[in-house]
Design a protein around this ligand. Structure first.
Ligand SMILES: [Cu+2]
Length: 153
């Protein structure tokens, strides 16, 4: 498998050809779009033992025109939702949002206690160390990253 490495030095922005199964090999680098969207510090926190819910975290920096993350998908999950944490009556609670604004020049952190991706129906073999994650933006930009699985055991 060809891996797309996440690098702080590289604007990771790829247009995808048909990618129904999220296979990272479908990336067509000749269609790279200079969107200015840069993903760093991406990782997937695997499900707790006996559970099938994982979480995805990363920082997205937008050095291009204003955009918005509108969906995410991964072949290791049945579905992926964008969540945020907010305080309701003094209690921190998660809720699903339909997108996250990514203004030009701003780094938006997806991290524990804030925005995050919630991945449902996750099945991960013990020896899997990274998984494809496809992020789709309002602009039509779509990128698939190979994201490390961190914090096992
Ligand atoms: Cu959540």
């Amino acid at each position: 498998m060809k891996h797309v490495l996440i690098s702080a030095l590289t604007a990771v922005s790829f247009a995808l050809t048909a990618c129904a199964d999220g296979d990272a090999e479908t990336i067509d680098a000749t269609e790279t779009v200079a969107s200015g969207l840069d993903i760093t510090n991406a990782y997937i926190a695997p499900p707790f033992k006996g559970r099938d819910v994982a979480a995805g975290f990363f920082t997205v920096t937008n050095n291009g025109t204003d955009d918005r993350l509108v969906s995410a998908a991964s072949p290791i999950a049945n579905s992926v939702e964008i969540h945020t944490h907010s305080e309701v009556d003094g209690v921190m609670a998660m809720r699903q949002v339909d997108g996250v604004d990514l203004p030009n020049g701003v780094a938006v952190e997806f991290r524990p206690g804030s925005y995050h991706l919630m991945m449902f129906g996750v099945e991960l073999a013990d020896d899997v160390t990274e998984a494809p994650l496809t992020l789709t933006y309002e602009s039509g930009e779509e990128m698939t990253l190979s994201v490390p699985i961190e914090g096992r055991g």
